[in-house]
Design a protein around this ligand. Structure first.
Ligand code: ADP
Ligand code: MG
Length: 399
């Protein structure tokens, strides 16, 4: 159970509250092209306003790498937030984030008023979790609230460091919702619990595979990582992406699954090409019989059916990683089939984590058919690995 303080556990009336949000929105020439992340932050911000806090918002945007990049100013976010909240959000445009302007605006805030600081990653100290900047942020507020799930796996000044220098800290509603959802599906799932893993590499998902094997009833493996497993089982994978150095690890995982009584599902057929391109000619072959000059780009039609059948009757499904090179429409069929099969499950709790898989589900228009799509790619992965997220760890425990 989540034992960290939430914004329901503290009274912020009349207090200065610094709230770390995830306003890392896509921009096109200074125009916000998708405001989902801003909208997702509204419940927490509205609650802090309603409770009479003096609300100071902060976030990063893009990767300015510790210097001032005018195109990555949060000014457009302040404007959009003002529209969404129906109240002015004052923007403190100091390049050094906690500057004279910011200090003045904060000191003049009345209860229930809101301001936004400049992009915290304009400061080189931010990603180094350097105490100097953490202390500056802390000096602006009485209470710190972290609602940025998407960056909770990073120990930065505005996500973790600042907690050391404030009297009180708590998590916001978005963070609470993500942690509760992901926590309950991993630790107390409706069974059978089925996990589908895909994506490019075994190496980037080692701890996920290992941790999930201890919890799931069935594990389905597709995507680029399948070829290392297929090779480990003696198949021919041609030019497909293989990580030779993880073949032994893959064998261990197959053994571990057997020992734990976890049912494993691997592709039986794959779509192959001679070139890594959407226009390349393709054909379907047995998963273990890929020619030397061919590479696997997606799971094949028999596998799509096999996986859909394996999902049938699931109580909970956790999906991470696309089944093929879904960015090329010719090789998106496997990923679409899984999204469709999951979306059509009647009584299952269905969760997607992982940046590319969540993007795939959104692009394919299946978002509303899932129980939960995590807003944090890296953070949800680390959570599934069983790691404690620094941005959560730093927050005060409940009394
Ligand atoms: P997520 O972000 O959901 O955790 P990953 O980042 O691990 O997923 O993997 C996504 C990437 O894996 C996509 O860019 C996709 O093109 C790639 N991928 C999937 N299948 C293959 C394959 N057969 N060969 C090469 N790349 C693949
Ligand atoms: Mg990814």
């Amino acid at each position: 159970m989540l034992n960290k303080k939430t914004i329901d556990d503290i009274n912020v009336s009349g207090l200065r509250v610094l709230c770390r949000c995830d306003f890392n929105v896509p921009l096109d020439n200074g125009v916000i092209t998708d405001d989902t992340r801003i909208v997702s932050s509204l419940p927490t911000i509205k609650k802090l306003i309603a409770d009479g806090g003096k609300v100071i918002l902060c976030s990063h945007l893009g990767k300015p790498k510790g210097s001032v990049v005018p195109e990555l100013s949060l000014a457009p976010v302040a404007k959009r937030l003002s529209e969404l909240l129906g109240t002015e959000v004052k923007f403190a445009d100091d390049d050094n984030v906690v500057g004279e302007n910011a200090k003045r605006i904060v000191s003049e805030l009345k209860d229930g008023e809101v301001c936004l600081l400049q992009n915290v990653r304009f400061r080189p100290e931010e990603t180094k979790n350097d105490d100097t900047f953490s202390k500056e942020l802390a000096s602006l507020c009485d209470v710190f609230v972290n609602d940025a799930f998407g960056t909770a796996h990073r120990a930065h000044c505005s996500t973790a460091g600042v907690c050391q220098f404030v009297k009180h800290s708590a998590i916001g509603y978005l963070m609470e919702q993500e942690l509760n959802y992901l926590g309950s599906v991993v630790n107390n799932p409706k069974r059978p619990l089925v996990s589908i893993l895909g994506g490019a590499k075994v190496s980037s998902k080692i701890s996920v595979i290992s941790n999930l094997l201890e919890k799931v009833d069935k594990l389905i493996i597709g995507g680029g990582m399948m070829f290392t497993f297929i090779k480990a089982m003696g198949g021919n994978v041609g030019k497909s992406i293989v990580e030779e150095e993880y073949i032994d690890y893959s064998k261990d995982m197959i053994y571990k699954a057997g020992a734990l009584g976890v049912q494993l599902f691997f592709p039986v057929d794959v779509v192959v090409t001679k070139e890594f391109s959407n226009d390349a000619e393709y054909r379907v072959v047995k998963a273990t019989e890929i020619a030397d000059d061919e590479m696997g780009m997606d799971i094949g039609p028999k596998t799509r059916e096999l996986f859909a059948n394996a999902l049938e009757g699931a109580g909970t499904v956790i999906w991470n990683g696309p089944m093929g090179v879904f960015e090329f429409c010719n090789f998106a069929k496997g990923t679409i089939a899984v999204a469709e099969a999951m979306g059509n499950l009647k009584d299952a709790v269905t969760v997607v984590g992982g940046g590319d898989s969540a993007a795939a589900v959104n692009q394919l228009g299946y978002a509303d058919k899932f129980s939960h799509i995590s807003t944090g790619g890296g953070a949800s992965l680390e959570f599934l690995e069983g790691k404690e997220l620094p941005g959560v760890k730093a927050v005060e425990y409940k009394d």
